[in-house]
Design a protein around this ligand. Structure first.
Ligand SMILES: Nc1ncnc2c1ncn2[C@@H]1O[C@H](COP(=O)(O)OP(=O)(O)OP(=O)(O)O)[C@@H](O)[C@H]1O
Ligand SMILES: O=c1[nH]c(=O)c2[nH+]cn([C@@H]3O[C@H](COP(=O)(O)O)[C@@H](O)[C@H]3O)c2[nH]1
Ligand SMILES: NC(=O)CC[C@H](N)C(=O)O
Ligand SMILES: [Mg+2]
Length: 509
């Protein structure tokens, strides 16, 4: 696929958001590592190039750079945050350490309109996140906008445009307009990208990559792996073998329900493996969240490894990994910071015999759902809340054992049942219960109790990168709380989590 917008990845947490904004405009975009040779970039015949933000500083000794000739190709360039600083630095301007940086909201004062800022109103809110700032413009550049700092510069003759803020985040009010100005006004890109193209392109890529080999896929009952399975099955049919692992950390009766459901709707090879004892014994006595995540991630791969020995020619391990799993765990293709290791990414052991096949790695959840619907997967499955691979292993905080898992399963089941009953399930994005290793005193039937605390968590989000807590009705919360305390032995107190992401995350570990 050519003639799209190429995004050079310097490791910003918001990178895929840039990609997705462009996909939303029905224009093809591709993210490549910042150090991709210029010759390779030019082969893709891009209509425009975006330089992303990133954690590094252009003045650092091993700063991430690009070949300067990139700016001489007549291809429009948009530098965002680090990308702007890099452009200033490489073309002869100066970048200095700011006094305190800017984080969050700022107002954009336009001093000279240009193609990029066309139609953008004065003093709109823009979102900033930087320490460094441009102190001197490179020759041939003009100042277009200010916030507390130099916020936007350009060299229209060379079609180079730069912004210090992040136009890709939804908090930047006029960000969408600026990106459209860049993509259509400046780059003159064509609208030729649709989800059906994505499906066709991906199916073709899978066929080509896999050839006559076999693929093992971790199927979880969740949206992502189900969509991945149907995509891969479309490409290679019975060369695909799905394995559903009962980790002992699933929700109440989940194993049984998932197998029944797949039996009804999918005509694929699926095998369930009961590995609950292995997972629980490896986790015994371990309290640190990252350590638990790594143990679980490794155990998954050991199970897949063993199963693969029974399938001749199995060379690929497929997973339903999607973009937010990747970005928070490690650098995707570039150098971003680790937030937490999602089991399917950071948890993978270093020596692994499989090659990974992750067709959804660049999509956000809502995009995966659209692909799922397009592929004809049943509604209940496509709109199921996400459930993390480490499951209740990271929702029983601290040390995990079978008894705590059982207590949590009961409480979680009540909450989810009530959400369905009250027609709230699809109004929230993800809901679950967390079991704290904290005991408190209560009174039941005139007797003192000393039991665990459960926390009810429900989040609303579009892409799972940022989220707010769900404003569930008090009456509903009251029912959930009293049912949990009355029906689940081991819990005598229920709290409701009212933290947003960021600064909290959706899961507690
Ligand atoms: N119990 C399991 N058995 C086999 N593979 C699993 C299991 N749990 C997770 N995985 C693998 O890890 C990947 C990531 O899990 P994740 O929960 O993010 O996705 P999902 O389960 O497919 O979708 P959802 O986010 O809707 O739960 C899955 O796509 C799947 O490949
Ligand atoms: O498959 C998964 N493996 C994991 O290790 C993992 N950790 C978090 N999640 C899910 O990712 C989304 C964002 O979660 P956080 O806000 O907690 O980072 C939420 O939907 C989480 O449930 C995981 N999914
Ligand atoms: N978000 C960014 O791209 C930050 C760029 C650079 N690391 C700074 O702090 O200024
Ligand atoms: Mg899942």
């Amino acid at each position: 696929m050519q003639n799209g917008i190429i995004i050079l990845d310097f490791g910003s947490q918001y990178n895929q958001l840039i990609g997705r904004r462009i996909r939303e405009m029905e224009v093809y975009s591709e993210i490549v590592p910042f150090n991709t040779p210029l010759s390779e970039i030019l082969e893709k015949k891009p209509k425009g190039i975006i330089l992303s933000g990133g954690p590094s500083s252009v003045n650092a000794e091993n700063a991430h750079l690009v070949e300067k000739e990139l700016y001489e190709q007549g291809i429009p360039v948009l530098g965002i945050c680090y990308g702007m600083q890099l452009t200033a630095h490489l073309l002869g301007g100066k970048v200095a350490k700011g006094e305190k940086g800017e984080y969050g909201k700022a107002h954009l004062e336009i001093v000279k309109e240009n193609e990029l800022l066309k139609g953008v109103y004065q003093n709109s809110i823009v979102w900033m996140s930087h320490f460094d700032e441009v102190a001197e413009l490179p020759e041939g550049f003009e100042l277009n906008a200010k916030s507390g700092v130099i916020a936007s510069i350009s060299n229209p003759d060379k079609k180079i445009y730069c912004v210090q803020f992040h136009p890709e985040v939804s908090h930047t009010e006029e960000g969408g307009k600026m990106l459209e100005n860049f993509v259509f006004g400046i780059c003159k890109a064509d609208k030729n990208w649709k989800l059906t193209n994505y499906i066709e392109k991906t199916v073709a890529e899978i066929k080509e990559k896999v050839g006559t080999q076999k693929v093992i896929l971790g199927l979880s009952g969740g949206v992502d792996s189900s969509v991945a399975a149907v995509l891969i099955h479309k490409a290679i049919g019975d060369q695909l073998n799905c394995i559903f692992v009962d980790t002992g950390l699933l929700r109440k009766d989940e194993g049984k329900k998932v197998m029944e459901n797949y039996g009804k709707h999918f005509d694929m090879n699926i095998k369930m493996v009961d590995a609950s004892e292995r997972f629980l014994s490896k986790l015994a006595g371990i309290g640190d969240p990252e350590e638990k995540r790594k143990i679980i991630g490794n155990e998954f791969v050991y199970v897949f490894d063993e199963e693969s020995k029974q399938i001749e020619g199995a060379k690929f391990l497929a997973q339903g990994t999607i973009y937010p799993d990747v970005i928070e765990s490690q650098s995707v293709k570039g150098p971003s910071a680790v937030i937490k290791s999602h089991h399917n990414v950071g948890g993978l052991p270093e020596e692994m015999e499989f090659e990974l096949l992750e067709p959804l790695r660049e999509l956000f959840k809502d995009e995966v759902r659209k692909v799922g619907e397009e592929l004809g997967i049943p509604h209940e499955l496509v709109y199921r809340h996400p459930f993390p691979g480490p499951g209740l292993g990271i929702r029983v905080l601290g040390e995990v054992d079978a008894e705590k898992v059982r207590i949590l399963q009961e409480a979680d089941d009540i909450f989810i049942e009530e959400l369905y009953k009250n027609d709230l399930y699809e109004k929230v994005s993800q809901a679950f219960v967390v079991l704290l290793p904290v005991k408190s005193v209560g009174v039941m039937g005139d007797e003192r109790t000393y039991e665990y605390t459960a926390v009810v968590r429900s989040a609303n989000t579009i892409d799972f990168m940022t989220a707010t807590w769900s404003r569930l009705p008090y009456e509903f919360l009251d029912t959930v709380s009293s049912r949990i305390i009355n029906e689940v032995r081991g819990i005598n107190r229920v709290a409701y989590d009212i933290s947003s992401k960021p600064p909290a995350t959706i899961e507690w570990e």
